[in-house]
Ligand binder design. Structure first.
Ligand SMILES: *[C@@H]1O[C@H](CO)[C@@H](O)[C@H](O)[C@H]1NC(C)=O
Ligand SMILES: *[C@@H]1O[C@H](CO)[C@@H](O)[C@H](O)[C@H]1NC(C)=O
Ligand SMILES: *[C@@H]1O[C@H](CO)[C@@H](O)[C@H](O)[C@H]1NC(C)=O
Ligand SMILES: [Zn+2]
Length: 970
């Protein structure tokens, strides 16, 4: 069948979907609007001046019960009437509080825009800003063409819900004409980690304040009025006014810095080169006392790392600087396009919500994601620095130079960066075998995407409107599934074809915007230019299956008959799938495979069932499908092949690629949870582990067994489970004791270092003899001499946790003191996690109180601290009570727009597995409907579904598990 057929069929489907979605959107909007109205009526602030213009309908005069067409300012999306050309912005953040104790910034902004369609209305985003009036209005409008003067502003107000400054004019703006809109405003430099905000830290006993920004996704409008949508690209002429002696940074290079007076105050005025044409969410402004290190200038690109001066002096920025050069080089080759800007600044901030933010030319990081201390940091910290830098630098092209038109396509932006971050980091650290680590992303997202409440990667533009809906897009599906399916695509196209298509996409759309299918089109061109590649369908048709329907298949390979089949994999086999799929949950699956250790030619599964006689195994032959886990799917086999693979694990596990050993375990455990195979078979995949020395299979085993720990650590199964794991981990623990000469040396390999940590961690948790004593000895040595910590950075997390778990108040208080004094961010993060390990209830409750006291725990760390307490079997019920009790407070303080909020619900409900807990969860949902759940809305639904699945799993499997373990543990 020709492409034309598919195209028209897909279009028809899309039409149906759109209609359904539009209806939902209208209902949702009207509900939201009703809520907003009731809120507005009690709010005396910036409502529309209803008395002045009686002829104009405004929000408060339309009846809440009628579903009339919305006014333009009641819609979350900008109309298509105006387009910005450039902005001149001056911002002046005050790093000291005013008389009222408020930290503020003031600013002036002029935007030049072109009128695309005649209109008498200007909508421009503005939120939480107070405006200075010009002739009674909040802005000043001028025409660039003097011959056609601009109309007068008739009415201006701020629309709170949709975050607009609304200007009604007494005449028309004319299509093709260019205008200037000037504003003068004042905002709060708050500590809420969004928009233009402040961060604080102590250095040499002195409190320092800095101003920084986080614009993604919808916070640029809190810094200055702007057309705050990613497709509204413009250039920006930025001027920052700041205290003399401080440094001011923005996206482009500074051109001039002059000392002067403003309002009688001595200030420095720093001006920057005009930016390239870019989206507002990528802007950044930072005023601080930070210092920097700089790369030797062998190119025209200026590369600098910025941080607190003490951190820079201690060399904590050196590693970041080293890898940045290598990674930038890698991407220039990979994309076949030079770095688009003349400088790259990367800044480590004491207060930062996300992990990092790819502001163009001025990337911001949490300290733990940029700084590496060769003495105090672990190998994991180092890997995090390399991969996060690699992720952010990937965005400098993919995302920043070429930007998706709207947030519904966020998955492509984030999935892409989450995939290629491994390629960039691998280039910087070739000995790490880091590419294999993508398996952890795959496993993480398999868990979410196997739920009936999952959702497709792509959503229609209409489904994503409000800031909270945009916030929900930043989730595991977008990042990790996005990464997994793009990796699959790159694998079946080959990396060179993929890179060629990518480069053509970047060149075609530089400085403009795209939708995700534009990438497919350019990859298709690359395919068509390559004679020796043949695909069963177009790139678009293949990828639609992965992008437009949620979930993924389990492929069953029957090596007796050659039957191959696929089925939508659901971890809960009884879950109802309400979501319609345009492809009836069938995928085009590329299958790489091997037979008895020999790589075979890839084939495609294009239907629900098929026969491939070549997979029939005879004699002792074994078949392994999805080699290198390059496809985003699980695999099941006939029992005979499973038995042959189990045998192989015992006799010659290295015949199976490392990453597939991890996969066999993960598939088996999840197939068992879904009742596709029995639980005993899954448990048997772990019996070879006493021979396993590689990190990735062990990590996969432990993360699957973690589900058993969560389900059983409050039951009688826990004893036998511990006994079994102790037996399996003992050889690994002994192995590391030997190769580290009784724990005095560090293993060579990057992955070996991780595996040593796992070995000690598990050994201590399972109560292996010698482990607890080791942890306690190291920790008490440290307590005796706090200046000299004898614990190797790699082992600190696990040793701290064990020592605090086995210790009492004294250990806890010591760790708390060390936490407060820590000057290295990674060290304080470790201590913060370890403090949650105590088994003493009152210490845990006190710690929960601390977690929402910003003088004790930074706001950015509140939710992860509560989650850490919930991970502890003693802390879980305490954390759950705490969150239920404080939900409205926590939500108000931390919930809005915060990306980590879904993690809070996830983290707390992980152990939920009883009818009683399910009821509690439902009650919690009902009782807080008024308050809302923001970015945790979806997570709450998923928690309910997961709890149901856990209840059923326990009922079905408990006896089998206990039986099998009792047989094994002797
Ligand atoms: C905007 O700033 C640029 C660079 O400083 C200047 O040349 C231009 O005149 C300014 N335009 C307006 C309308 O303020
Ligand atoms: C904005 O412009 C006004 C009037 O020209 C001036 O008084 C004020 O200092 C300016 N503010 C900033 C932050 O530049
Ligand atoms: C903005 O105006 C409101 C109402 O007058 C006031 O409460 C608030 O403090 C102002 N914000 C700033 C940053 O000036
Ligand atoms: Zn990203």
């Amino acid at each position: 069948m020709g492409k034309g057929f598919y195209l028209s069929k897909n279009l028809a489907m899309a039409g149906l979907l759109l209609a359904a979605i539009a209806l939902v959107t209208i209902i949702v909007l009207s509900v939201v609007y009703d809520q907003e109205r009731s809120r507005n009526s009690s709010f005396p602030g910036d409502g529309p001046p209803s008395s002045r213009v009686s002829s104009t309908p405004n929000p408060s005069s339309s009846s809440p019960s009628t579903l009339g067409p919305l006014e333009p300012w009641q819609r979350y999306r900008l109309p298509d009437t105006l387009a910005p050309v450039f902005y001149n912005i001056t911002l002046w953040p005050r790093l000291e509080p005013d008389q009222q104790g408020l930290f503020i910034f003031t600013g002036n902004s002029t935007v030049q825009f072109v009128c695309v369609k005649d209109t008498d209305l200007i909508l421009i985003h503005a939120n939480k800003l107070n405006f200075t009036l010009f002739q009674g209005h909040k802005a000043r409008l001028l025409a660039v063409d003097m011959a056609h003067p601009a109309p007068q502003i008739r009415n201006s107000w701020l629309e709170e819900e949709t975050e607009y400054l609304v200007l009604q004019l007494d005449g028309m703006l004319l299509a093709g004409k260019v205008y200037l809109l000037g504003t003068q405003f004042q905002g709060e430099l708050g500590d809420n980690l969004e928009g233009f905000y402040r961060s604080q830290y102590t250095e040499d006993g002195v409190q320092k304040v800095l101003a920084t920004s986080q614009m993604q996704a919808t916070f640029a409008r809190q810094a200055f009025p702007c057309f705050d949508e990613p497709a509204m690209k413009a250039t920006f002429n930025v001027v920052l006014i700041h205290p003399p002696g401080t440094t001011a940074l923005s996206n482009s290079r500074e051109t001039e810095s002059v000392d002067m007076e403003s309002d009688g105050i001595p200030v420095t005025r720093t001006t920057y080169e005009p930016t390239k044409k870019m989206s507002t969410y990528l802007l950044a402004f930072i005023v601080s006392n930070f210092t920097f290190i700089q790369a030797a200038q062998d190119t025209d690109v200026q590369v600098r790392i910025w941080a607190r001066s003490q951190a820079i002096a201690e060399g904590q920025g050196d590693y970041a600087l080293n890898v940045t050069g290598a990674i930038l080089n890698f991407y220039e080759h990979y994309y076949n396009t030079s770095y688009p800007l003349s400088k790259s600044d990367q800044v480590a901030l004491p207060d930062f919500n996300a992990g990092a933010m790819e502001n163009w030319g001025l990337i911001t990081y949490r300290e733990t994601a940029l700084l590496y201390d060769p003495i105090a940091s672990s190998t994991g910290n180092k890997e995090r620095v390399a991969t996060v830098i690699s992720h952010e630098l990937a965005h400098m092209w993919f995302g920043n130079l070429v930007t998706l038109r709207w947030w519904n396509d966020l998955w492509l932006n984030e999935g892409f960066a989450s995939y290629v971050e491994y390629l960039g980091a691998d280039h910087a650290e070739p000995s790490w075998d880091i590419r294999d680590h993508i398996i952890f992303d795959v496993h993480k997202v398999f868990a979410v995407d196997a739920l009936a409440s999952s959702h497709p990667l792509s959503r229609s533009e209409e489904e994503v409107n409000q800031p909270s809906q945009i916030g929900e897009m930043f989730n595991t599906i977008s990042y990790s599934k996005g990464a997994a399916v793009l990796r699959m695509l790159s694998e079946f196209l080959s990396e060179s074809v993929f890179a060629r298509g990518l480069s053509s996409y970047l060149n075609t759309f530089a400085f403009s915007n795209t939708v995700y299918t534009d990438l497919w089109d350019h990859l298709q061109l690359a395919v068509e230019e390559t004679p020796d590649i043949s695909l069963p369908h177009s790139v678009q048709d293949i990828m639609n299956r992965w992008v437009l329907q949620m979930g993924f298949p389990v492929v069953t390979v029957d090596t007796r008959t050659g039957h191959i089949s696929q089925k939508h994999f659901l971890v809960d086999p009884e879950a109802e799938v309400d979501r319609h799929s345009p492809f009836n949950y069938s995928w085009f699956v590329p299958i790489k495979w091997m037979k008895s250790g020999v790589e075979q030619e890839q084939f495609w599964l294009l239907k629900k069932t098929d026969v491939q006689s070549r997979v029939i195994a005879t004699g002792g032959e074994w078949v392994l499908a999805n080699t290198n886990v390059s496809g985003y799917f699980r695999v099941n086999y006939d029992l005979e092949n499973w038995e042959r693979l189990l045998l192989l694990l015992h006799t010659d596990h290295q015949a199976i690629p490392i990453i597939n050993r991890a996969q066999l375990l993960d598939d088996a455990f999840n197939l068992a949870r879904a009742k596709v195979i029995n639980t005993t078979l899954a448990l048997r995949t772990t019996s070879y582990l006493s021979k396993e020395r590689d990190y990735i299979p062990w990590a996969s085993a432990l993360s699957n067994l973690n589900y058993y720990f969560l389900m059983f650590d409050r039951t009688d199964v826990y004893g036998p489970l511990q006994g079994y794991i102790r037996k399996q981990i003992l050889p690994l623990f002994d192995y590391f004791r030997t190769i580290t000469a009784n724990w005095t040396r560090v293993p060579h390999g990057h992955n070996d270092q991780y595996n040593q940590i796992n070995a000690i961690n598990m050994a201590c948790n399972m109560g292996l003899k010698g482990c607890r004593e080791l942890a306690q000895r190291w920790f008490s040595q440290w307590m005796a001499d706090p200046e000299h910590n004898p614990i190797h950075p790699n082992l600190k997390s696990t040793v701290y946790c064990s020592a605090i778990a086995f210790g009492g108040t004294e250990e806890w208080d010591f760790a708390w003191r060390m936490f407060q004094n820590a000057t290295v961010a990674t060290e304080s993060a470790r201590l913060r996690a370890a403090l949650a390990c105590t088994k003493v209830p009152w210490l845990l409750n006190r710690y929960l109180q601390y977690s929402i006291d910003p003088t004790k725990i930074r706001k950015q760390d509140a939710t992860s601290t509560i989650v850490a307490v919930a991970r502890n079997v003693v802390g879980m019920p305490l954390a759950w009570n705490f969150v239920q009790e404080k939900w409205s407070y926590i939500f108000e303080q931390y919930g809005r727009g915060s990306f980590s909020f879904a993690g809070l619900i996830n983290g707390i409900t992980k152990r939920f597995s009883s009818e009683f807990e399910l009821q509690e969860l439902k009650r919690f949902k009902e009782q807080n409907l008024q308050v809302g759940f923001g970015s945790a809305t979806l997570a709450l639904e998923q928690a309910i579904e997961k709890t149901r699945a856990n209840i059923r799993w326990l009922a079905d499997s408990r006896a089998q598990v206990l039986d099998w373990l009792s047989g094994e543990a002797q």
